[in-house]
Write a protein of this length. Structure first.
Length: 434
């Protein structure tokens, strides 16, 4: 039994390129300093005397910046090179983080948060594009799972350390976040030296612009379904802790342990689970994962004990592990060559949109009837799961290669014009590196 278990873990972690492990290390360093966003509302209310009504929209400001950063990153990653773009954005994120601490009014803080979220979240599509170029369809999903593992490991340290630093001086969380971001950027630069993978040639650039993800009907439906599930998932950091307090009467420490259960299970089991389901149909797997995750929230009104909370969290985490890494792998494998960053950009935009709309919608429903929120989440999970089963049938006949080669929007031309002046230099440097 022990030998079989060890063999499973060995198989789950073996076969991934060295560069993927290096990217995971960079992501771990970066996430170890994630302190500003978890404590942003508390910082604004305690340091500036803002009301909850005034401080709450700051999270939406962050979300809007994230949407813009993800969209532009998806447009520019193939032009500039995904490794170069995420390195530049990480270096810019460090001073942008400090700008937030320098704001003194609602408007200046909001502007600083917008800049901070823009450059921070622009890293994600570029990072995902790098993973695509470094892996094969066979090991790509496990590579995304490894990055999620690194993220969760880092997040298990960052907010905890942030709480200690904030108890001494709130300014320290901005310093720590900026320093770890700068260290991650330096590590990324030292590991990869801003070089590109798969040679960002002009031909690939043109393909990245001509092949439009929003002309891929399967992909558009997929994004709509993931956005629907994302509205439920986003209750994780908004109404879910409130419900644990109001319905289950848990203490702050007990509420924190729910997040710990999630992190520990992901770190311990996700890579093995992803390896076990790698031969399952990805779209169907994502659908069942969404159902499990939504059910983890949907069953909350039917219990009242701490043990039931843990059980519900395990259900949610099981669905999360089936959904998110497999989902990233599906998007990566769906994207035609040269359009990887465009597809990952739109996928990140969808996630950011869910993080903006979800808390707003969830809070509104929660105020009307808190149990209804979770029952509606369960209904969404059932709908999304059924829809994914139909989408799986559709993907057998509809392919991304049927896409018309037309620009996605007028913004494509603007982006092309903005980077055209640096095109010859970028191609020249890439050629020298090859």
């Amino acid at each position: 039994m022990i030998r079989t278990t060890l063999g499973r873990y060995r198989a789950a972690y073996s076969g991934l390129p060295r560069e993927v492990w290096l990217l995971a290390c960079v992501l771990f360093i970066n996430r170890c300093g994630t302190m500003v966003l978890p404590f942003l509302t508390l910082y604004l209310t305690s340091q500036f005397g803002m009301s909850d009504a005034a401080a709450g929209p700051m999270i939406s400001v962050y979300g809007f910046g994230a949407i813009g950063g993800a969209y532009l990153s998806g447009r520019l990653a193939e032009r500039i090179g995904p490794m170069r773009l995420q390195t530049i954005c990480m270096f810019l994120a460090a001073p942008a983080c400090l700008l937030v601490s320098l704001g003194s009014t609602w408007l200046t803080i909001a502007a600083a948060i917008l800049v901070f979220s823009f450059v921070t979240e622009a890293v994600r599509p570029a990072n995902a594009t790098s993973i695509i170029k470094l892996t094969t369809p066979e090991n790509r999903t496990r590579a995304f799972a490894l990055l999620r593992l690194a993220t969760n490991l880092g997040l298990s340290f960052g907010p905890a350390m942030g709480g200690l630093l904030a108890s001494v001086d709130f300014r320290y969380i901005f310093y720590a976040d900026a320093i770890t971001t700068l260290l991650a950027a330096a590590a990324l630069f030292l590991f990869f030296r801003m070089r590109n993978f798969d040679g960002a040639t002009l031909q690939v650039h043109e393909a990245a612009v001509r092949v439009s993800p929003i002309k891929d009907r399967v992909f558009v439906v997929y994004l709509a379904l993931m956005l629907s599930a994302g509205l439920v998932f986003s209750q994780w950091e908004s109404t879910y802790p409130l419900y644990l307090r109001d319905h289950f009467h848990l203490s702050k420490f007990a509420i924190g342990t729910m997040f710990t259960v999630n992190t520990v299970v992901i770190v311990a089991l996700e890579m093995v689970l992803v390896d076990l389901v790698k031969r399952w149909p990805s779209v169907r797997t994502i659908g069942w994962g969404c159902l499990l995750a939504c059910a983890g929230f949907g069953i909350l009104p039917f219990g009242s004990s701490y043990a039931f909370c843990i059980f519900a969290m395990l259900v949610f985490t099981s669905g999360e592990m089936l959904t998110l890494p497999v989902s990233s792998g599906f998007v990566a494998n769906r994207s035609p060559r040269g359009s990887e960053s465009l597809y990952m950009g739109w996928y990140t935009v969808m996630q950011s949109t869910g993080s903006v709309l979800g808390p707003m919608i969830g809070s509104w429903i929660y105020q009307i009837h808190r149990d209804a929120l979770w029952l509606m989440g369960l209904a969404v999970g059932v709908f999304v799961c059924i829809a994914f089963q139909f989408l799986a049938l559709w993907t057998k006949t509809a392919t991304a290669h049927d896409l018309p080669e037309t620009p996605a929007s007028p913004l494509d031309a603007a982006v092309l014009s903005a980077v055209e002046t640096s095109e010859s230099d970028g191609d020249s440097n890439a050629e020298k590196e090859r």
